[in-house]
Each structure stands twice: as C-alpha cells, then as structure tokens.
Ligand binder design. Sequence first.
Ligand SMILES: [Cu+2]
Length: 237
Amino acid sequence: MTFATLRLRHGLMAAAVAVALVAAGPAWAWYLDPVTPVAHEVRTLFFKALALTGGFFILAEVLVLVAVLRFRARPGVPPATFHENVRLEILWTAIPAITLVILAGPTFTTLKYMETVPKSDLTVEVIGHQWFWEYRYPEHGVVFANEPLVVPQGKIIAADVSSIDVVHSWFVADFGVKMDANPGRVNHTWFEVERTGTFRGQCAELCGVLHGDMHIEVRVVTPEEFDRWIEQKKRGA
Ligand SMILES: [Cu+2]
C-alpha cells in the first residue's frame, strides 16, 4: 500500500467517525433538554467545569503552537535547547490544582444531591437480567419485564436498582441517572420527570453477548393516566 492510499484511508476513517458522532445526536440530548432536577444539576456542573478548565486547554494549545513555531530549527538556525523553569512549573501546577479544589465544591454538592433520595411518591424496583429489565411496583404488587417502565410526571420516583445475575447499569441520560445494578445489593437512586413523553436508555455495563439489546424505555404519563394504567396492570392486563 502506498503512502497516498494510506493517507486517503485514514482521511476516510476520520470522516466516518465525524459523521457517526453527529449521527449519535440522541446520546447528548440530555444536555440540550434535561428533564429532571438531577439532569439540570449535572448539566450546570458540566458548564462550571467547562468554564473553569476550558481556558487551560486553550492556553496549553497556544503555548504548544508558539513553542513549535518559534523555537524549531530552521535552515541555518539551530533549534532552541533551553528547558526547565522551576518558578513557571510551580505556577502551572499550583493554579490548575487550585482550580480543581474550587471545582470539588459544586461537584460534591451535586453528588450529594443525586445520592440523597427525597421522600418519594412511588417506589419502583429495577432488576437487571441477562438480557432484559424487570420492573416491580412493590406498593401495587405489579411485576413485569421486557416492557417500558411507566411513571407519573412530576412525582418523585425512588428506584431500587439490583440484578439477579451479573453487573448491569440502568442508564437514562435525560434523567441524569446511571446506576449500577449489582447482584446481592440494592442501589438507590431517584428521579422526578418534568414532562410527559418517552425516554430511552441503555444498559451501560458490559454484561454479556446481548448487552447491546438491553434497551430501556420509560414512559412518563400524567398522574391520572398512571393511576388508570396501574389499576389495569393490577387486574393483570
Ligand atoms: Cu446489562
């Protein structure tokens, strides 16, 4: 293979990756349209992190460019060979370190907020199986699998997440929820969805050959619709 065809091949591959990233739009829908208080918090934290650290990225890239362009060897000019500047190194270690300490504040606040399940209106049990999701409504005696989870809008839902076999992860990006489903242990999370609609997620822990089939669908309906739906389910419909 010649160098030119290799280059073409790499170019095509890069283009394919770029197209795939754009096509993966729904994967970052949470960031355009978060639907729970937690998802809003997560997005705000993301922006804070970006604002605090973005400058360092730009500064570092500019410095690299300046160094490459200014100090390289040119015909008749030897490359610069200076190195080390203790004061500069202390400075550019200390400032980012302080920034991370500052960022730790909102990060721990958000984590605490995600982890503290408020007094809930409804409890659902989410159980991972190889390779499908089972849902239980213990207050209503309703159990089913391989169907969308249905929850009322504007209510606080406590989700108890576990697994009967291997580690799975219940991940619904629009909710800001990604909770590991471990066998022999119950993890607690919560969400309060602001609007009705259908939200999709995916098992986010490689759990075997059909991992990719472990889709999640959550239907958020009005509380009245939910009451009707759960009554129907109780009757075994
Ligand atoms: Cu899984």
